[in-house]
Design a protein around this ligand. Structure first.
Ligand SMILES: C[S@@+](CC[C@H](N)C(=O)[O-])C[C@H]1O[C@@H](n2cnc3c(N)ncnc32)[C@H](O)[C@@H]1O
Length: 384
């Protein structure tokens, strides 16, 4: 049985509206044909069914049939290293007692269990709460079952093997780690996650979404990320087009933070002078002129020397940002003394730069400067 192009298009549209999914026509056709055969109906009747409120159950089955649920334990190790080597030290510096984590689109549970295993070891004194969500009941049932083929252990670095119970025909995450993860059914394109999370992982999910659904899902993910939190997407996914977030480390467009950023309404973003900067010193653009990255001009560089004064730095940063520089680069190596009073100024400037569609980049090559930045929880761009 083949389906007419308009039937495939209508089924595709329904999938995109309901779950954000945008899939090749042949995938939609083969799965729909299989569902029609199971129900004993033709394509036109099937579209009618899934378009109405009474067809929601069947729509769920179609989503189960088309979705890609591939996952593995310790998937993409370089990203796990980024978590342990970059993010965890920053979290330690913040002396967090509790950590809320969201694995969005968790499939059969390998991702949230990996996070539980890695974070429990890296932050033994921190109370972890991991929420793992997916649109698929089948995936969530498998995730809760916590049973993986013995061969899955091959994906796990040997140092973490003790996080698993090995049975005759399967392995399982040890109960004290498994119980850190709570599974919930959630559709990412629907708003509803009220909590704020320190770490949000949404890897290999948005790539299956339409442009529109990706943006909606990102709005929800960003809203659910704490102001100084981290959002991880899949290593092949980029958020370069999303002004509310920035890469934690340049050249690894896989994870982003929105440190200190208060979500700005996208349609009406205008330059905001930095708090505490005398307005006479800041050249503000005409009110109501939206600032988008394409109107920003070249990089601007500020080189710190001696003992930089926080108020002077604020003022200088404000002036540069108001001139719409795409990136303001602050070079810290020349400073003899780096005072903690600079930290809030740098954070505020980073937030203001992001709100204006630009970026504040901190640069340092000296080990002492770099470790000072790390202790303050400030992100550093590796100098090219
Ligand atoms: C390829 S898996 C990714 C699993 C895991 N994040 C990883 O990277 O290993 C994609 C998952 O996204 C889920 N998904 C697809 N659309 C979704 C939606 N609208 N809301 C929530 N989850 C969705 C699928 O059910 C599937 O389990």
């Amino acid at each position: 049985m083949h389906l007419a192009a308009d039937i495939i298009a209508r089924v595709s549209r329904r999938l995109a509206d309901h779950a954000g999914l945008e899939l090749p026509a042949w995938v939609v056709e083969t799965r729909t044909v299989a569902r029609c055969a199971a129900l004993g109906c033709d394509g036109a009747a099937y579209v009618e069914l899934i378009s109405g409120a009474r067809g929601l159950g069947e729509l769920g089955k179609l989503v189960e049939a088309v979705r890609v649920g591939e996952s593995s334990l310790f998937r993409h190790l370089p990203q796990i290293s980024t978590l342990t080597d970059v993010v965890v030290p920053e979290l330690r510096a913040k002396r967090r007692r509790q950590l809320a984590v969201w694995s969005a689109g968790c499939s059969t549970g390998q991702e949230p269990y990996t996070l539980a295993i890695v974070l429990a070891r890296a932050l033994p004194d921190v109370q972890l709460a991991i929420t793992a969500t997916d649109v698929s009941d089948e995936a969530l049932a498998d995730a809760r079952a916590n049973r993986y083929p013995t061969a899955a252990l091959a994906d796990v670095p040997a140092a973490y093997h003790d996080a698993f119970e090995v049975h005759d025909d399967h392995v399982a995450v040890v109960p004290e780690l498994a119980r850190l993860v709570r599974f919930e059914k959630r559709n990412l394109i629907e708003r509803g996650m009220r909590a704020r999370f320190d770490l949000v992982w949404c890897r290999n999910v948005l790539i299956y979404f339409s442009v529109d659904a990706r943006r909606r899902a990102l709005d929800h993910l960003i809203d659910a990320t704490a102001d100084d939190g981290y959002l991880f997407v899949g290593y092949s996914e980029s958020l370069r087009d999303v002004p509310e977030v920035e890469p934690v480390r340049r050249g690894e467009a896989v994870y982003y933070t929105r440190r200190g950023l208060v979500a700005a309404p996208r349609a009406a973003r205008t330059a905001t002078p930095l708090a505490g900067v005398p307005t006479s010193r800041v050249r503000t653009p005409p009110a109501g002129v939206p600032i988008v990255p394409r109107v920003l001009v070249a990089d601007s560089r500020i080189v710190l020397k001696g003992t930089p004064d926080a108020a002077a730095l604020t003022s200088e940063l404000g002036a540069r940002l108001a001139e719409h520089h795409a990136r303001v680069i602050v070079e810290l190596d020349g400073a003899d003394v780096l005072d903690a009073s600079l930290v809030p100024e740098l954070r505020r400037a980073a937030a203001a730069a992001r709100a204006a569609g630009g970026q504040l980049v901190l640069r340092a090559t000296r080990a002492s400067t770099r470790s000072w930045l790390e202790r303050q929880g400030l992100a550093l761009e590796d100098a090219p």
